[in-house]
Design a protein around this ligand. Structure first.
Ligand code: UD1
Ligand code: CA
Length: 451
């Protein structure tokens, strides 16, 4: 049985009061539309058809080749939106799963249950419903004496008695394609709003004496639809809870899930611990047995095993194993710390490679530099990497001892085993195993090479 999915994504989302199309607002670090696309990916091996309209270009650019697009030039309602997908799907699918794109929490499991329900009988379609005391503008499910679904009544068109109904239409359906396409043509504009409602297909099925199958959602949080930014924050909270719980069940300790924000694309290894007020963003990867936080932001970075990052900001950085950083370290784009590196308080590293075992305990800035293994960077050391025009590189060898408050004026090379005195301003290259002091720094002594 061929199954195809359609995502209805042409609506304007006026109630968001935003210049950004609603479906591109981020949720757990990804545009909202990506969450529904991920759930739909589990029910069909072919890409879904996405109906675009408002903000079509931006939506298409975001989704890329993960979907086929059809345009709904004028947004005349959800039924009209689905009509636009007909030419792309007719004779190409036996079952058509349709989902509103503003339901980012809908799970793959629920969509699979919906498909299974439709596969289990020969009626026209199945739909997800939810029991909720907070209707939030959803269509009400009207049932008959025998529990059969008589109609879905949109809020704008409902009577006071209908408004009181607590079973709601989620906005996800699985249709028998054969029935769907001709039925769609029978839809008429609604009485009050003049929109062509997809939900009127229930009455069309009933008038054909065909029964629609309701599938009740187990978890009402899945039906959180996003129409306003208040809803967006509710969706974010529910998604955060889901993500955090999944990591805890996978073996990650989260001390306070309420203040831990983990984007959907993040990966965390077993027995790592995430402490309060920590934000893990984008394509971040944390290894095993690492402790992150409290009060840390890790953005698009890779952190290895057994690391400890405390009260620090790490962005676009790569960190090996057994590294500790913070409190108050700032590892910026292109910071690459090898195994066993130690960054203490108020250390900043940008676009630099720190070899294994490098120690940088206090108040330092290292930018555009390469530092060899086991070198010690004294308190207050600064690479003066910018001369007002160009960024210049500093190369420091292995086992170097940079004295406190050294200014390293780039471009500069410091040989292995060298030392700088406290307060030195180094403007010229330093030979290996040489001690330099003063302003500008000059060589005063040659050290015995360690080997
Ligand atoms: C819709 C349902 C309602 C359900 C609710 C739950 C209809 C008529 N009503 O109402 O029963 O309880 O969703 O989520 O379907 N869209 C288009 N083109 C259009 C209009 C909408 O593509 O012309 C898309 C929107 O981008 C959105 C989805 O369809 O992703 C739903 O549209 P929306 O206007 O939000 O419908 P609701 O009023 O929420
Ligand atoms: Ca909606």
């Amino acid at each position: 049985m061929k199954i195809r999915a359609v995502l209805l994504a042409a609506g304007q989302g006026t109630r968001m009061r935003s210049k950004l199309p609603k479906l591109l607002h981020p949720l757990a670090g990804q545009p909202m539309i990506q969450h529904s696309l991920a759930a739909l990916a589990s029910i069909s091996d072919q890409v879904p058809v996405v109906v675009v309209g408002h903000g079509a270009e931006a939506v298409q650019e975001t989704v890329g080749d993960a979907a086929e697009f059809v345009l709904q030039a004028e947004q005349l309602g959800t039924g009209h939106a689905l009509q636009q997908a007909q030419s792309a799907l007719q004779n190409k699918a036996d079952l058509v799963v349709v989902c509103n794109a503003d339901l980012p929490l809908i799970s793959a499991d629920s969509l699979q249950k919906l498909v299974a329900a439709q596969q289990g009988y020969d009626g026209p379609f199945s739909l997800l419903t939810v029991e909720s005391e907070a209707p939030r503008g959803f269509g009400r499910i009207v049932r008959g004496d025998q529990g059969q679904v008589l109609a879905i009544v949109e809020e704008a068109e409902a009577t006071p008695e209908q408004l009181a109904l607590s079973e709601l239409n989620v906005g996800a359906y699985c249709f028998a394609a054969e029935w769907l396409w001709p039925a769609l043509e029978k839809l008429k504009p609604s009485a009050k709003k003049g929109e062509i409602y997809l939900t009127d297909l229930v009455e069309i099925a009933n008038s054909d004496n065909l029964r629609v199958t309701p599938v009740l959602l187990d978890d009402p949080a899945e039906a959180i639809g996003v129409n306003t930014r208040v809803h967006l924050s509710q969706a974010e909270a529910a998604l955060r809870r889901r993500i955090n719980e999944a990591w805890m069940l996978a073996g990650v300790t989260i001390l306070d899930p309420n203040t831990t924000y983990i984007d959907r694309a993040v990966q965390i290894g077993q027995d790592s611990t995430i402490l309060p007020n920590t934000i893990l963003q984008g394509e971040t990867h944390i290894g095993e047995n690492s402790t992150i936080g409290p009060n840390s932001i890790i953005r698009h970075s890779r952190i290895g095993d057994a690391c400890k990052i405390e009260a620090s900001v790490v962005e676009y950085a790569t960190i090996g194993n057994h590294v500790d950083a913070g409190p108050f370290a700032h590892l910026r784009k292109g910071a690459h710390l090898d195994d066993g590196v130690h960054i203490g308080n108020f250390g900043e590293v940008k676009n630099s490679h720190l070899g294994p075992g490098v120690k940088m305990g206090h108040f330092s800035y290292i930018g555009d530099a390469t530092i060899g293994a086991n070198t010690n960077i004294g308190a207050g050391t600064i690479t003066a990497n910018y001369d007002g025009k160009n960024k210049n590189h500093t190369e420091i060898g292995e086992n170097v001892f940079i004295g406190s408050d050294t200014m390293l004026v780039a471009p500069l090379k410091i040989g292995a085993g060298a030392r700088t005195g406290a307060g030195a301003v180094v403007t010229k290259d330093v030979a290996p195993n040489t001690v330099v002091v003063g302003i500008p720094a000059r060589a005063i002594r040659k050290l015995e090479s360690p080997d």
